[in-house]
Design a protein around this ligand. Structure first.
Ligand SMILES: C[S@@+](CC[C@H](N)C(=O)[O-])C[C@H]1O[C@@H](n2cnc3c(N)ncnc32)[C@H](O)[C@@H]1O
Length: 218
């Protein structure tokens, strides 16, 4: 795709978003992800991480209505019908605690479109984005996403990508990777779609209590 075709595509989704009343072009990425992977059912509950200005939350809320969407971001999110908006930093322990109080019942789907403010230095931006995505996943699997639930997450491509996907494969029954049409080919972002959270977070085995140590190297 040449520059003119790319900007026409960008403009197309921008215009469509305005026509449909969506707050961001990103709405179309979630619509396309849902068309391909059947993410939502009516009555579902959803947590949308990194949700401002609210394009994904608008789409999710329409698709799960009369279900509920919780949307969290560092930035203020203008109110959306059917959406409980929360302002906070998901890496902060007090935000995680607050979220667990607000979300009383585990949700069916956790979405993360989180990204840091990009610096232009790709390896820094990639590392920051993967760190935020790890935080989103940690939050999801620490009692917020129900067993069997779905986790959808934007990832910046780079050397930490494979380890992130490998971890998802340990935690979920199936994991897909997909780049929706609404995502620019040049953007180096890809979406991971993980379905079927296995029972609870994986924990390291504790050493047996009564095992004697010999002082020998293990
Ligand atoms: C690409 S935007 C999300 C767009 C959104 N999905 C939509 O459709 O409107 C990424 C968001 O991640 C948020 N973000 C970055 N770091 C965060 C953090 N530590 N906690 C919460 N949100 C964060 C940013 O403020 C930004 O609004």
């Amino acid at each position: 795709m040449n520059y003119r075709q790319k900007s026409r595509k960008r403009e197309f989704y921008y215009k469509e978003a305005i026509k449909a009343g969506y707050r961001s072009r990103a709405s179309y990425k979630l619509i396309q992800l849902n068309e391909k992977f059947a993410l939502f059912k009516r009555g579902n509950s959803v947590l949308d991480i990194g949700a401002a200005p609210g394009g994904w939350s608008q789409v999710a809320s329409q698709l799960v209505s009369p279900g509920i969407v919780y949307a969290i971001d560092l930035e203020y999110i203008e109110p959306i019908e059917g959406v409980i908006t929360i302002r906070g930093d998901i890496t902060a322990p007090e935000t995680k605690k607050r979220l667990r109080t607000i979300i009383s019942e585990p949700v069916d789907v956790v979405l993360s479109d989180i990204s840091p403010k990009v610096s232009g230095n790709w390896s820094t931006d990639h590392a920051r984005q993967i760190y935020l995505s790890e935080e989103a996943l940690r939050l999801g699997i620490s009692g917020i996403l129900k067993q069997g639930g779905k986790f959808v997450c934007k990832l910046f491509m780079g050397d930490l990508f494979d380890a992130y996907i490998a971890n998802l494969k340990k935690l979920f029954q199936v994991v897909y990777q997909f780049k929706p049409k609404a995502s620019r080919k040049s953007s180096a972002e890809i979406y991971a779609i993980a379905k079927g959270l296995k029972s609870g977070p994986i924990r390291k085995k504790k050493p047996a209590q009564n095992k004697q140590t010999t002082g020998e190297k293990q």
